[in-house]
Design a protein. Structure first.
Length: 142
């Protein structure tokens, strides 16, 4: 297995992986984010030249806090590669990239019923907090 930072050459692989996970983005959106979004770090894992998973982290800057932090936006591993250390390898690679950029605190939001993801995160040193996520979708103005 090989993990590295994703590049614009990986857009097709990321689109395929993201479609399995979210199915809410496009080729153009992925390419634009990889090229233009310097606050996002996308790591991709390969096995025998086949993309098997990815992890996306977003650096958050706010005037409210003296230090920046990161939010893990997504972590996905193909079913047949789960339980083989791919998720942990992606997380570790992203963490090392964040440390290199001076980021030392990470937030992760996952669904309350996604116990497999929670187990992965907890076994990687993440702790549950008492915070609650509130969500709202705003209406688009034409």
């Amino acid at each position: 297995m090989n993990v590295r930072i994703a590049s614009a050459d990986d857009v097709n692989d990321l689109l395929e992986l993201n479609t399995c996970f979210h199915n809410i983005t496009t080729f153009e959106a992925i390419k634009k984010s990889l090229v233009e979004n310097n606050r996002e770090i996308v790591c991709i894992a390969f096995c025998d030249n086949t993309a098997i998973g990815y992890c996306s982290g977003l650096i958050v800057r706010s005037m409210c806090y003296s230090d920046n932090h990161a939010d893990i936006e997504a972590l996905y591993v193909k079913d047949e590669y789960r339980g083989k250390g791919v998720g942990k390898a992606l997380l570790k690679y992203l963490e090392n990239e964040l440390i290199a950029r001076g980021i030392y605190h990470i937030h992760i939001i996952t669904h309350a019923t996604n116990t497999a993801a929670q187990s992965l995160y907890e076994s990687s040193g993440y702790a549950k907090t008492g915070e609650i996520l509130l969500d709202k979708t705003l209406e688009r103005q034409n």
